[in-house]
Design a protein around this ligand. Structure first.
Ligand code: T3D
Length: 263
């Protein structure tokens, strides 16, 4: 049967495409498993220096597939959503946050529910002009998951986060960009080209430091400034011993372009 996740390599850039277009790439347990495997392989392959996640067809990802077997009531007549979250969404959100390379979401169409927060949890989000973001959870009696409760207020502030989460209104890409929810909006026809150009640019940079930057920002968000300064010193000391820093400084001094290899 068709793989639910497609993987394509273009030099140092790996594109992972969610591939259930008939159901707007909504998540089944099987698609989750294939996505986890693709991310693990990208993380383990030292040739891979940037990852793009996008969707096949007209949607990016419509969140949980509401017809998947995990959505069926158990013997007690209840659906065990907690089990689905523990098995699938929590590991996914954590995995993206722990990737050793930058992860770009190229949002080609609607991103709803966990599909929206999965995109927003990536390092940079580039969206097609016709794409949109929907915190669909409230409409079916749930709260934002896949990191939404943590991400949304940090990205756009409490008032906007609550407005989006309570109404479940569709937020067009342009508006998401104006609110600071995403990095960039591009013409539909340019999405894959722009995402690839950004990924190639990041892949040529010191990716070890880029991944450390994500880690430092996330950790610092919970700290006093004093503690953040200590964290910066600790991480900077470590990066200062890595090959990329030596190469970056040498290339600057020799007025040549650097060639970074650390990961
Ligand atoms: O386990 C847990 O539940 C916990 C995890 C929860 C995380 C979540 O993600 S909860 C939120 C789940 N997602 C939703 O509630 C979104 C449901 N989908 C929609 O509201 C709409 O499909 C969209 C607004 C996203 C797009 O609308 P539209 O009009 O562009 O497309 P459509 O016609 O509704 O959808 C096209 C097809 O995809 C359609 O199938 P069909 O009729 O052509 O055979 C539709 O049923 C299917 N589809 C879309 N979303 C889902 C889905 N099938 C299963 N699950 C979906 N989430």
């Amino acid at each position: 049967s068709e793989p639910l996740v497609l993987v394509h390599n273009d030099g140092a850039v790996r594109t992972i495409t969610l591939n259930r277009p008939a159901a707007l790439n909504s998540f089944t347990s099987q698609m989750h498993a294939e996505l986890r495997a693709a991310l693990d392989e990208a993380a383990a392959d030292t040739q891979c220096r940037a990852v793009i996640i996008t969707g096949a067809g007209r949607g990016f990802c419509a969140g949980q597939d509401l017809n998947d077997s995990g959505m069926l009531p158990g013997p007690d007549g209840r659906v065990d959503i907690g089990a689905v979250i523990d098995a699938n969404y929590r590991p996914l959100a954590l995995k993206i946050r722990a990737m050793p390379v930058p992860v770009i979401a190229a949002v080609n169409g609607v991103a709803a529910g966990a599909g929206a927060n999965f995109a927003l949890g990536c390092d940079m989000v580039v969206a097609a002009r016709s794409a949109s973001f929907i915190q669909a959870f409230s409409k079916i009696g749930l709260i934002p998951d896949c990191g939404g409760t943590w991400l949304l207020p940090r990205l756009v502030g409490r008032a906007t986060a609550l407005g989006l989460a309570l109404t479940g209104d569709k937020l067009p890409a342009e508006q998401a960009h104006r609110l600071g929810l995403i990095w960039q909006v591009v013409d539909d026809t340019e999405l894959q080209t722009e995402a690839r150009a950004l990924a190639q640019r990041l892949a040529s940079m010191p990716v070890k430091a880029l991944a450390a930057t994500r880690r430092a920002l996330d950790a610092a968000a919970q700290m006093s400034m004093e503690d953040a300064l200590s964290l910066e010193a600790r991480m900077q000391r470590e990066l200062g011993h890595a090959a990329d820093f030596g190469e970056g400084v040498a290339a600057f001094q020799q007025k040549r372009s650097p060639s970074f290899t650390d990961r």
